[in-house]
Design a protein around this ligand. Structure first.
Ligand SMILES: O=C(O)CCC(=O)C(=O)O
Ligand SMILES: [Fe+2]
Ligand SMILES: [Zn+2]
Length: 669
């Protein structure tokens, strides 16, 4: 009897771990494919990873299942996607649904099959999809002001030279203050147009300044007029031409504008009549914006309470909206000095620093190992000396862990780097290992015991260590299986009762309203860690050439693209390119390349350089300094813990967040 109960107990435990594993995998997939971040605390919003139109679930079937747990505000089922979002009226109801459904088998209506659902909580609805720095302010002007502004523009006569009026292939334009030239996507800064900005804009601009939507008075205005079927190709307004803030007033009719991040995320946003679009920061510099030439926009049918309407492609809530003539007033301030934004990959002022790197997400073991070889091992080998010079202060909580171990403990530091933890506690027998020979050599120079090996296969006898540490190592493994395997290997080294401390980089660089040190060092180190990219967000705007049709093919309907997107099962898409991270900014992808700016050139030249630690330096020296990219998988809240919990041989003693890292202490059972 007794034995049976414990067997049952074991079975339940195993089931729980399986659910957890699947749930964590669902979290990865959502993050990687959609930028949807799951969270560990309860909210009103759930994402059901495997119940979407894309895997055969109907709205009716899902509604039936979900309505048992409470009243829903929204059920979003994006076409062709395997997941759905549900927003309950209250967090309580969402919790109820989560507890009742996650990992449980449910019976589907009109279907003989049962399905096990995997569910996660997400932050507020879909608001997280908005490009950072973007605002839409509704009713910024009255219909009367709208009418007067529209009337002030005289479109008669095709070529108005004073205002550089042109009929482009896809729309009519007129310029004030300065002409925007579509041949070089820039303005002639020494050739202002006579007449400046129209007087009628003054009260509106004053209002924008007063309300703080802009900080500087614009001196350039482009008026675009779009007939139904017309549009503007996706582009970023040239950095070197205009300052940060760009505002655009929508007159005459609403329209949907598409925003796209270089990593592929797209957001369609409704711009109502009399509304103001404000683009600053990331949304202005890094994302492209464009209007797809078409006669109808797909828009949300119902108002669901959000002010800014991102079009979520929920088939249950979409409708077509016939376009009418829309006129926009786009105000900008001409830039007088080179752009110094933190997005050099897309900045024409910061060209010459760009070098294409575009490895893909690995599809199998071999590709994973190759990726790590190229984008982890090789890089550390190259940057070892510079890297080591930046790694001197041990982190307090790791020191605390090492100091708390009993005298005489045998401790392995797996991925010891330059050995910064090997000498912390002289009462321990510490041995380090690292994949980088150059880093192990540095340990040797400091008279520490260290050897070269891979964290997946450590030549130390099983059960021989009292403790292990793995600091900033596991995030360099590029598949969930390999990350799990490194932790298993760590656990293998421990004797029963032995403990392991693990640190990995966190996706969340802002936690409990506190920015991590990594984010905070933004200004000081801005020049030190520049992004070097890849994807070209700055596409030509020169659509005036009548037969410039290549533009159109590249310029496909982004919503349609969304619809056609691959369905997202556990495998990533074939050509999933790893985004290159912009240092000192938040993460938008869990799998990415992080640039390392080598100071002082290659290894041989090192002795000439004594400025290695000083962030910044002259522009020239930056241009000369080579950039390397390291692969990282940054961990979401709860992910590291969940991976550890899926192992039967360890217990999670402690789990915490420390300076932008997720950390656990494991105990070997
Ligand atoms: O029509 C709009 O609102 C945007 C126009 C635009 O992006 C531009 O002229 O650069
Ligand atoms: Fe623009
Ligand atoms: Zn720039």
């Amino acid at each position: 009897m007794e034995a049976k109960t414990s067997e049952d107990h074991l079975k339940v435990q195993k089931m729980k771990k399986k659910v957890l594993r699947k749930q964590v995998r669902a979290q990865h997939t959502l993050m990687r494919h959609e930028g949807i971040k799951c969270i560990s605390h309860a909210t009103q919003n759930l994402v059901i990873a495997n119940a979407g139109l894309g895997n055969g679930m109907s709205r009716q079937q899902l509604l039936r299942i979900l309505e048992e747990y409470g009243a829903m505000e929204t059920l979003l089922m994006p076409p062709n996607k395997p997941y759905s979002f549900v927003k309950y009226r209250t967090t309580e109801e969402a919790k109820k649904a989560f507890n009742a459904l996650n990992g449980k088998e449910v019976k589907l209506e009109d279907c003989s099959q049962n399905i096990v659902l995997y569910i996660n909580f997400v932050e507020k609805g879909m608001v997280f999809l908005l490009p950072p720095g973007l605002m839409v302010i509704e009713k910024i002007i009255s219909p009367e002001e709208e009418r007067r502004m529209l009337e002030s523009i005289d479109w008669k006569g095709d070529e108005d030279t004073q205002n550089a009026q042109k009929t482009l292939k896809h729309r009519k334009v007129k310029h004030f203050g300065y002409e925007f030239r579509y041949d070089n996507n820039n303005v002639d800064k020494d050739k202002p147009l006579p007449g400046g900005l129209p007087e009628i804009c003054s009260p509106f601009l004053e209002k924008c300044l007063k309300q703080g939507y802009i900080k500087h008075k614009p001196d350039q205005l482009t008026v675009n007029q779009y007939e139904p079927g017309q549009g503007i190709p996706p582009h970023t307004d040239t950095h070197s031409a205009f300052e940060d803030e760009i505002i655009s007033l929508s007159l005459g009719a609403e329209i949907v504008m598409d925003f796209k991040h270089p990593d592929g995320r797209t957001v369609a946003i409704m711009l109502p009549r009399c509304s103001l679009l404000v683009m600053t920061g990331e949304s202005r510099y890094l994302w492209t914006h464009g209007i797809t030439p078409r006669k109808y926009d797909v828009i949300q049918a119902s108002e669901l309470g959000h002010k800014v309407r991102t079009i979520t492609a929920d088939v249950g809530d979409l409708t077509l909206n016939r376009r009418e003539t829309r006129t926009s007033f786009t105000f900008r301030k001409v830039r007088r000095s080179p752009c110094n934004c933190i997005y050099p990959s897309v900045c024409d002022s910061q060209k010459g620093q760009q070098r294409p790197v575009q490895p893909s997400f690995p599809q199998n073991e071999m590709e994973a190992s190759k990726l790590e070889q190229e984008y982890v091992h090789k890089v550390y080998e190259e940057i070892a000396t510079h890297f080591s010079s930046t790694r001197h202060s041990p982190w307090p909580r790791i020191v605390e862990f090492l100091r708390s171990l009993p005298t005489g403990s045998i401790v392995a530091d797996i991925g010891c780097g330059n050995g910064k933890y090997l000498g912390i506690n002289k009462d321990l027998y510490m041995v380090g290992c690292d994949r980088s020979k150059n880093l192990v050599d540095i340990c040797g120079e400091k008279h520490f015991q260290a050897f070269v090996c891979d964290a997946l296969s450590v030549p130390i006898r099983s059960g021989s260590c009292d403790a292990c540490i793995s600091i900033a190592v596991i995030h360099h493994f590029s598949t969930a299986e390999r990350r799990l395997a490194t932790i298993r290997e760590l656990a293998r080294l421990l004797r029963p009762g032995g403990t392991a401390l693990i640190y990995v980089w966190a996706m969340e660089q802002e936690y409990k309203n506190q920015k991590s040190k990594y984010l905070k060092e933004k200004n000081g180190s801005k020049n030190k860690d520049k992004e070097m990219n890849t994807a070209t967000a700055q596409r030509p705007l020169s659509d005036q050439e009548p037969d410039n049709s290549s533009q159109d093919s590249a310029w496909s309907d982004q919503l349609l693209n969304n619809l056609k997107d691959e369905s997202c099962d556990a495998k990533p898409v074939a050509d999933f390119r790893l985004p290159v991270h912009t240092n000192r900014t938040s993460f938008h992808s869990q799998d990415l390349l992080v640039p390392w700016h080598l100071k002082g050139g290659t290894k041989k030249k090192e002795e000439n350089v004594d400025t290695g630690l000083v962030p910044g330096g002259s522009k020239e020296s930056q241009e000369l300094s080579p950039v390397f990219h390291r692969y990282y998988h940054v961990f979401c809240e709860g992910e590291l813990e969940a991976v550890c919990r899926s192992l039967d041989c360890v217990r999670v003693q402690k789990s915490y967040y420390d300076q932008g890292n997720w950390c656990v202490i494991l105990e070997k059972l």
